[in-house]
Design a protein around this ligand. Structure first.
Ligand SMILES: [Zn+2]
Ligand SMILES: [Zn+2]
Ligand SMILES: [Zn+2]
Length: 391
């Protein structure tokens, strides 16, 4: 009985398959049948598809969805590639104290990104019209004034750029320094532009420090061993940073990792304002380090004694590579550098091992641009060769 029933079913099924095959042939022969109905579906539904076209977006492909109004069958086809973003570029010009950049915004979606950083202009000091107690900028109209502090005194020295007297630097401080200090922006009708080497070191009372945006330089150990300094407002205008300006402060100590009561040996330079990279606390055993994008200045001796470093990659945003940045990096073999760097301190690549361990500087620019850098007094690693390898 059971077998008989099964055979009957099989026959019926065969008949159905034959019939459908014939149908399908007929449909193909007609050529012009619409909506794909009757295309031999084993469910037996003579599908009646409704088509919905989904357009491509910037990032996703488009396609056509066919849905059968009888059985609900869904199929997708006719894929169309994603459009990609269509960017509109907006250039934001640099100001005295902010960098310029280009914003690329997609006109079809919310995607956007920034690039082509242009260095800030710096203030244009109107020294001719300054008074003893004030000086203004002709570009941004900001006016800075001098108020003599009470209870303490600054020791000022003339500040020169390319032998030109352009302002003052703070060389020292005497008297009872308050807990909170905002450095002066103007002195004797000129901007105050720098804090000299060790100028404000070892001031135990100092807890909070603010530096105005007239400053372009911090000297070696400028605020070193101000052990209670725990709040620092730095301007974005700094162009040159000496070695270890914050040595012995909480900032410097925070630049090392402490795990379970002991230090992790990891390269961790001190980064401030997301722009300035200074020397961190410890030696380490990390062989590669990529300086984060956004860093504009690498301070003098920033990697000094990181002897296990083999490869360092500098960011596209870098503008100034300080003096002796890689001093005593005796294991350093390769530096990847982009051509955006416009200024160098003295001997930025100097490696204490004068047999020249450094082997490769992979430079993004042309051979001629590389020669300019190599021929400058900045360059001391004689055995380094040009490799155009990075983009
Ligand atoms: Zn159907
Ligand atoms: Zn888009
Ligand atoms: Zn200005």
């Amino acid at each position: 009985m059971k077998h008989f029933k099964f055979l009957t079913l099989l026959c019926l099924l065969l008949a159905l398959v034959c019939c459908l095959a014939a149908c399908s042939q007929g449909a193909n022969g007609d050529g012009g049948e619409n909506g794909g109905s009757g295309d031999g579906d084993p469910t037996g539904c003579t599908h009646e598809y409704t088509d919905v076209v989904t357009a491509p977006t910037c990032t996703a492909a488009g396609y056509t969805t066919h849905t059968c109004s009888k059985c609900g069958d869904v199929k997708k086809d006719t894929e169309v590639a994603a459009n990609g973003h269509t960017y509109i570029d907006t250039v934001t010009a640099p100001t005295c104290d902010t960098d310029g950049y280009t914003t690329h915004t997609c006109k079809n979606c919310t995607n956007s990104y920034k690039d082509t950083i242009v260095q800030m202009l710096g203030h244009a000091w109107d020294v001719a019209n300054a008074t003893n107690s004030s000086c203004g900028c002709t570009t941004c109209q900001t006016n800075y004034s001098w108020t003599a502090p009470s209870g303490f005194e600054y020791d000022f020295e003339r500040y020169f750029i390319n032998n030109e007297f352009v302002g003052y630097k703070i060389a020292g401080i005497e008297g009872t320094v308050p807990n909170t200090l905002k450095l002066p922006a103007v002195y004797d009708g000129m901007p105050v532009m720098a804090v000299g080497d060790l100028a404000l070191n070892d001031i135990e009372r100092l807890m909070s420090l603010e530096i105005p945006d007239t400053y372009i330089e911090l000297g070696d150990g400028a605020f070193s061993w101000c052990a209670n300094l725990s709040s620092i407002t730095l301007p974005n205008t700094l162009k040159y940073i000496g070695s270890n300006p914050f040595l012995g402060t909480k900032y410097y100590k925070n630049a090392c990792y402490e795990v379970n009561g002991r230090f992790e040996y990891v390269v961790r330079p001190l980064i401030m304002n997301g722009r300035y990279l200074m020397k961190g606390y410890l030696k380490q055993d990390q062989t590669e380090y990529t300086v984060p994008e956004g860093i504009v200045v690498i301070a003098d001796k920033a990697f000094e004694d990181y002897s296990q470093l083999v490869t360092v990659t500098l960011p596209k945003t870098l503008r100034y590579l300080g003096t002796d940045v890689f001093l005593s990096c005796s294991g350093l073999k390769t530096i990847n550098i982009h051509k955006g760097v416009v200024e160098f301190g003295e001997r930025p690549y100097y490696v204490v091992n004068n047999r020249g361990v450094l082997q490769n500087v992979n430079f993004e620019g042309t051979q001629a641009e590389w020669q300019t850098i190599k021929n400058s007094s900045a360059f001391a690693a004689r055995y380094v060769k040009y490799n155009k390898q990075i983009g």
